[in-house]
Design a protein around this ligand. Structure first.
Ligand code: NAP
Length: 560
């Protein structure tokens, strides 16, 4: 954790002035390869494994000093995923499934990071990964049908295929609050949490932000902090995670059931084990409804979001009812009625933002050492050397934690100067929203492929990423077998997919709400207008469409 505001977000350095002229001096022929993958997280590791199987010379550039991506960076207190661990692990290797025992139903960051390191070692992946290597630019070169890839440290190389595995939530953003530099205590964005443990005992701690990250951080920090103040702009509809350790017997059963578990994930909308209930909210009696919701609230994981009545995310009246149910739960759990009211969202319904799963979050506000500041009532004016000044008071702190989120989905792309065939930058091309073909290809950017790019289906990340990486692998194999050296989406293909993505989101209540899922980040210039950022038709339909392209011999692509 830093003591100086300069380190609040590690300085990444300005994007190097990458041009073909600059390619000479830093060129490292040893780095030249058939495919460059950007990122050694969940998708990058798997993509490397698959492309290596094709016999390609592959190079992964990873900004961190270790593998894991999300699970390398986000070491903040309480970090864990909301997917059942045994649905989150890779499914591609029977040996791996035999060897790895998950310790908890919802693994915390250290366990997931250990797992991804195990995978990297098990499949000898490290030898093709360049760590501490942040890609700053990538320019397509028509003469050679290849990409020049530039690293922040000045090195560069050339590759036929450029594959991004940059994640969806990897470009962290600090709030635009004046004075951040002036704070004299310790401060950190949750994404850049230090590797060494931070001791909160007896400390006065502030957390700004109450998304899924803030909720986990607050719950954990409140256990030991001398005093914790939460600065909340928008409350969230949180539901219980109900995590537990996995016994040996349970792990044995899980292992025996892996084929059924993965098959079920393939059938559901978001690749989780939770499938939407086919009933409508108003097709059951009020008593049945209440009993169903009580059951979902008492069960582990995303059932209450993903396994609920089919209309709660489309029908306003249904959404109102489930929101009222959640509001009653908050009022039951938080003792002070005035604080409970502040914790109940008023500007969006349940499930229209990503639901944070929690483990005692609401009870934190019953603790004498925790205070909630609603910054809609008393806005933060600035960070001062001793703490945070709102319109009502100056609060003094030893530690300020920024749980202020990400420039999601396109942010990691925007931070790389990616230029396609006509020299246009991807950032420019996407300034009014992403346009892709299947969330994998972009017209005008030949030989660029995105694993989990914008307009791909989101959900249980590794399940979706494995499919995307397999699709990319099949396309690369197809090209290699036929001696094709230029693969591109067509403008018509990209327009049709983009239209389909927009149509698939029509009628979904989430599109009417500001959140990272609709491309809003008030801390980033140009991200104030809601956009359709992801495919909302569900994974089975997504795969169906992707398979149709393969079955049609990739006729929808421009291949040469
Ligand atoms: P987030 O959901 O975008 O939340 C950011 C929070 O910071 C929001 O409460 C936001 O308020 C607040 N904020 C931002 N700028 C602010 C400012 N200038 N002043 C005051 N408050 C400000 O980000 P996140 O919590 O990091 O989560 C992002 C996503 O990562 C999640 O939705 C989830 O998909 C993933 N995630 C998953 C897990 C898990 O699996 N359990 C855990 C953590 C994260 P507003 O809402 O008003 O903008």
């Amino acid at each position: 954790m830093s003591h100086s505001a300069n380190h609040v977000v590690p300085e990444r350095g300005a994007v190097i002035a990458a041009s073909r002229a600059a390619y000479g001096p830093g060129a490292d022929a040893a780095l030249d390869c058939d495919a460059v993958i950007i990122g050694a997280g969940v998708s990058g590791l798997y993509q490397l494994y698959r492309l290596r199987e094709l016999g390609l010379k592959v190079r992964v550039f990873e900004a961190g000093s270790g593998v894991g991506g999300t699970w390398y960076w986000n070491r903040y207190p309480g970090a864990r995923f909301d997917s059942e661990s045994w649905t989150y692990g890779y499914s591609f290797s029977q040996e791996l499934l035999e060897e790895w025992d998950w310790q908890e139903h919802f693994a915390a960051q250290p366990e997931t990071e250990r797992y991804l390191n195990y995978v990297a070692d098990r499949f000898d992946l490290r030898r093709d990964i360049q760590f501490n290597s942040r890609v700053s630019a990538a320019h397509y070169r028509e003469e050679t049908r290849s990409w020049d890839v530039f690293l922040e440290d000045g090195r560069c190389c050339s590759t036929r295929f450029l594959i991004t595995a940059v994640g969806v939530l990897s470009a962290a953003t600090m709030p635009r609050i004046p004075g951040i530099e002036a704070f004299q205590g310790q401060s950190c964005h949750t994404h850049y949490w230090p590797k060494q443990p931070v001791d909160f005992t007896g400390k006065r701690v502030a957390v700004i932000g109450t998304g899924a990250t803030g909720v986990q951080t607050i719950t954990e920090v409140a256990k030991t902090a001398g005093h914790l103040t939460v600065f909340q702009r928008t409350p969230q509809w949180c539901a219980p995670l109900h995590n537990a350790r996995i016994t040996r017997e349970e792990m044995r059963r899980i292992r025996a059931n892996y084929p059924e578990i993965f098959a079920r994930c393939q059938e559901t909308f978001g690749c989780f084990i939770h499938a939407t209930d086919p009933r409508g909210t108003f097709e059951v009696t009020p008593e049945e409804r209440e009993a169903f919701w009580e059951k979902l609230y008492s069960e582990p994981g995303f059932g209450i979001w993903m396994g609920n009545f089919r209309d709660i995310l489309t029908d306003r009246a249904a959404n109102r009812l489930i929101s009222d149910f959640l509001a009653r739960k908050i009022r039951q759990r938080v003792k002070d009625p005035a604080i409970a009211e502040k914790l109940i969202p008023k500007n969006h319904g349940f499930g229209t933002r990503r639901v944070p799963l929690e483990s005692g979050y609401y009870e934190v506000y019953n603790q004498p050492n925790v205070r909630l500041v609603d910054i809609n009532e008393t806005p933060i004016e600035r960070i001062v050397p001793t703490g945070i000044k709102t319109s009502a008071a100056v609060y003094e702190f030893d530690i300020i934690i920024y749980a202020t989120g990400f420039d999601a989905i396109t942010g990691a792309f925007d931070r790389i100067d990616i230029r396609g065939a006509d020299g246009v930058s991807l950032k420019q091309k996407w300034q009014n929203g992403p346009q892709t073909f299947l969330g994998i290809l972009v017209d005008g950017f030949p030989n660029l492929m995105m694993v989990m790019g914008p307009h791909a289906g989101l959900g249980n990340f590794p399940r979706a990423a494995e499919y995307s990486a397999d699709w990319v692998t099949r396309l690369v194999r197809f090209a290699r077998e036929r001696g094709l050296t230029r693969i591109a989406a067509t403008a018509q293909g990209a327009a049709a997919w983009t239209e389909h993505v927009i149509a698939a989101s029509e009628g979904l209540l989430f599109t009417e709400v500001d959140s990272w899922m609709t491309g809003i980040n008030r801390n980033v210039e140009g991200k104030q207008v809601r956009r359709i950022m992801r495919y909302s038709g569900g994974h089975p339909k997504f795969r169906e469409r992707c398979e149709a392209v393969v079955d049609g011999g990739y006729r929808e692509l421009s291949l040469a």
